[in-house]
Design a protein around this ligand. Structure first.
Ligand code: ASP
Ligand code: MG
Length: 439
């Protein structure tokens, strides 16, 4: 069995939904994981913001315009009056329910239920569409099997047992449709795997059913060796190892959600990145195999904040780093890059909602400096095979650009460099010219 995940743009309008319908209608057994139609989860976040602000009339107007959009999707997607009616009723059920939250107090718990609607609607639309085409499919409700534990980690045992039980209820079926992103938490309440989490759903499901392959379908043909938004003449990467893919997923353009590598890697299930716009292109294949050596790709991640703490107490002291790390842990903020000297530590974070609390806690241990608008440039590849000259090549390409931090050697797959965001495009192009064009 395969798992195929289609993202928001792949189901972003009636034509695209129909296109996905065509792609999944062959007889290969598969579970299809769908995101919400593009824009919907953002819209549901906006609707929630109205509700938090108790702007009841604003919420109403906004929700009704969303409802109208979905009516139009249903009109266009379905050919028969029967299915249009069915689609309209399904849409009304969800939107009437969304409207019920527009009353008194709005809670975070209720917001989770609101955010779940996009995937519930997109999967229902797909199942109805297939029904209209006479293609048999089974809707597997993610809320019946997808679950996170009290640490927000997937409850793999529960998922495996319940998913396989759900599948076994439909002997002979080869086409299953389910929702990405949404799940239940340890208390059985509706929750989610965080924004962009549908890829993670696909990978968790792949691991739970020991899938032959997990395919992530987007609108780009896999990972490129540089960011096509900023650099011309980028090339697709055909093969990547799980470790290389994990680095690129974290740093690179939003092609693959970084959390989704691990479940596949643990079970050694190949992950293939495919393009809905060009289904025949082989895309990028991610396996445990390391192919080729040297630098394979460059990616950049914006929105980075660097924090530097300088303290004489660090000198020859043990336990200092632990105290620093504990502060980040207590604010549930993960550190990406780190560099140390005898009297200072520099770290980067990309999640800044607790920045001021972190800084004030750190100030108990030394002088703290915060630097905004930074970008991590990540150079990825297999760097054992060709151990000489790699860092030099990357630095040589960036000789005209101020580099604030460097992280090299912690894995064989990555060199990370911290620069100002305003230098990013220059840096990516220069790396492209130095590393890839001459080959
Ligand atoms: N619909 C969710 C989001 O927009 C999950 C996903 O698409 O991966 O974040
Ligand atoms: Mg995504």
């Amino acid at each position: 069995m395969r798992v195929l995940k289609f993202g928001g743009t792949s189901v972003g309008n009636p034509q695209r939904i129909a296109e996905v319908g065509r792609l999944i209608s062959d007889s290969t057994p598969k579970i299809v994981v769908l995101s919400a139609m593009s824009g919907t989860t953002n819209d549901l976040v906006t609707y929630s913001e109205y509700l938090y602000k108790k702007d009841h009339s604003g919420a109403k107007v906004f929700l009704e315009s969303m409802r109208q959009k979905y009516y139009r999707v249903s009109e266009e997607l379905f050919a028969t009056e029967e299915l249009r009616k069915q689609g309209r009723e399904m849409i009304d059920t969800h939107f009437d329910n969304l409207d019920e939250f527009n009353r008194d107090m709005f809670t975070q718990h209720e917001e989770k239920t609101v955010l779940a609607k996009g995937e519930l609607i997109s999967t229902a639309l797909m199942v109805y569409h297939l029904q209209e085409l006479g293609i048999a499919s089974v809707l597997l409700p993610a809320l019946n099997f997808m679950r996170i534990d009290k640490d927000q980690e997937p409850d793999n045992y529960y998922i495996r047992e319940n998913l396989n039980r759900e599948i076994a209820l439909h002997p002979g079926s080869t086409l299953f449709i389910t929702q990405g992103f949404i799940c239940r938490n340890a208390f059985g309440e509706i929750d989610n795997l965080k924004r962009g989490g549908s890829d993670y759903t696909a990978s968790i499901i792949g691991a739970a059913i020991d899938a032959d392959e997990i395919q992530i379908w987007t609108d780009i043909d896999g990972f490129h060796n540089n960011d096509p938004r900023y650099v011309k003449n980028t090339a697709r990467i055909d093969d990547l190892s799980f470790n290389e893919a994990a680095e690129l997923a974290y740093f690179g353009a939003k092609i693959l959600h970084p959390t989704s590598v691990r479940p596949a890697q643990d079970k050694n299930i190949p992950v293939r990145l495919k393009n809905t716009m060009d289904p025949d292109s082989p895309g990028t294949l991610i396996t445990s195999r390391v192919t080729g050596s040297g630098i394979k790709a460059v990616a950049a991640k914006d929105g980075i904040v660097a924090i530097r703490i300088k303290s004489d107490r660090m000198l020859l002291a043990f336990g200092f780093l632990r105290k620093v790390f504990e502060i980040f842990e207590s604010h549930r903020t993960s550190i990406d890059m780190i560099a140390t000297s005898e009297v200072s530590v520099s770290m980067t974070i990309d999640q800044v909602d607790r920045l001021s609390e972190i800084v004030s806690d750190l100030e108990n241990y030394g002088t703290v400096e915060v630097i905004h608008d930074q970008t991590i440039i990540c150079v990825v590849g297999d760097m054992i095979g060709e151990s000489r000259g790699m860092a030099v090549q990357a630095l040589e390409a960036l000789r005209h650009i101020p580099v604030r931090m460097i992280s090299y050697g912690s894995s064989n797959n990555n060199i990370s460099l911290l620069i100002k965001t305003s230098d990013k495009i220059d840096a990516l192009n220069s790396l492209s010219n130095h590393l890839f064009q001459a080959r």
